[in-house]
Write a protein that binds this ligand. Structure first.
Ligand SMILES: [Zn+2]
Length: 284
C-alpha cells in the first residue's frame, strides 16, 4: 500500500509538471496529490510502528535511528519478543514484596583462559568451562560472560548509573540468569584493572586475557539485590530471564570508565520497559 501510494504521488507529480499548459488540470491534479499525500502520511504515522524501520535481512540492530530500540521488533521475525510484556531493563522504584528465594548462591573461583571480545554492541569477557555458577531453586546456571553498558540499563527511581555490568549465566536447559551490577565513578576497580589492557577497542576485535580472575571480585561486598522476571536487553529480547540487580554499586575510576565507554557505541543502553503485571522482590 505504501509503495503504491508513493508511485501514485510520483506519477501525479510528473503528470502535473508535464501539463502546465492546462491550469484547470493542474489544480485538479494537485488537489488529488494533496489527498494522496495526506493519506500516505496518516498511514505511516498511525497504525504501523514499523513504518520508519529500515529493513535489514541480516537482522542488524543498533541503539539509534532506523535500527534502534523502538524498531527492534520490526527488524527480524526472530525479534518479536522485543514488544513482549515482560521486557528488560526496568526502572526499580521499590521492592513490592519479599519473595522467599532463599539465598542467591554463587560459586565462583579463580578462572583463566578468558577472552575479551568487542562485538560492536558491547565489550564482553567470555568464560570457558563451568567452574563458575549461580544456583537458583536447585538449578545450576553457569557463568558464560560478562559485558558492559553505559549508562546503566536498569534505573533506580528514574536515575541511571554511569554504567552497568551484566554477568550472564545459562543452565543446561538454556535458561538464563543475569546479575546486573551498577557502576559509579570513584576508586579504581582492581579486577577490571587486570584485564582492561586486553580490551579490544575495534569492532570484531578479540584478545586472550593472560590474567586469571575471580568473578566474585566484580560484585559489591553486600550482595543484597532486587530480583524480577525479565528478558535479554538486546535482540532477540527473549523473556523468562531471572534478573538479579545488585542494590549496591561498585566503583570504577574515571579513566576505566572512559576506556570502557570509548570501546562501545555511545549510549548502549536500551530504554526502560514497562513493568506491567510483574513484581520486583528483594533478596537480602
Ligand atoms: Zn547486557
Amino acid at each position: 500500500m505504501k509503495s503504491i501510494n508513493y508511485l501514485l504521488v510520483l506519477f501525479l507529480f510528473a503528470f502535473a509538471a508535464c501539463n502546465n499548459t492546462s491550469t484547470e488540470q493542474n489544480i485538479e491534479s494537485n488537489e488529488h496529490k494533496a489527498e494522496v499525500t495526506t493519506e500516505h502520511e496518516a498511514h505511516a504515522e498511525s497504525d504501523d510502528p514499523c513504518a520508519h524501520a529500515k529493513e535489514h535481512a541480516d537482522g542488524h540492530w543498533s541503539y539509534e535511528g532506523e535500527t534502534g530500540p523502538e524498531y527492534w521488533s520490526c527488524l527480524s521475525g526472530e525479534y518479536k519478543s522485543c514488544t513482549g510484556n515482560h521486557q528488560s531493563p526496568i526502572d526499580i522504584d521499590e521492592a513490592l514484596e519479599e519473595k522467599d528465594l532463599g539465598e542467591l548462591a554463587l560459586d565462583y573461583a579463580v578462572t583463566d583462559g578468558l577472552s575479551f571480545i568487542n562485538n560492536g554492541h558491547t565489550v564482553q569477557v567470555n568464560f570457558k568451562g563451568d567452574n563458575n555458577k549461580l544456583t537458583l531453586n536447585g538449578i545450576e546456571y553457569k557463568l558464560k560472560q560478562f559485558h558492559f553498558h553505559a549508562p546503566s540499563e536498569h534505573t533506580f527511581k528514574g536515575e541511571a548509573a554511569a554504567g552497568e555490568l551484566h554477568m550472564v549465566h545459562v543452565s543446561d536447559d538454556g535458561d538464563i540468569s543475569v546479575i546486573g551490577i551498577m557502576l559509579e565513578e570513584g576508586e579504581e576497580n582492581a579486577m577490571l584493572a587486570t584485564i582492561l589492557g586486553s580490551m579490544p577497542t575495534e569492532v570484531d576485535g578479540k584478545n586472550e586475557i593472560a590474567a586469571s580472575l575471580n568473578p566474585m571480585e566484580l560484585l559489591p561486598e553486600d550482595q543484597s539485590c532486587y530480583t524480577y522476571s525479565g528478558s535479554l536487553t538486546t535482540p532477540p529480547c527473549s523473556e523468562g530471564v531471572n534478573w538479579f540487580v545488585m542494590k549496591n554499586k561498585v566503583t570504577v575510576s574515571a579513566e576505566q570508565l572512559a576506556a570502557l565507554e570509548g570501546a562501545v557505541p555511545e549510549n548502549n543502553a536500551r530504554p526502560v520497559q514497562p513493568l506491567n503485571d510483574r513484581k520486583v522482590s528483594t533478596i537480602e
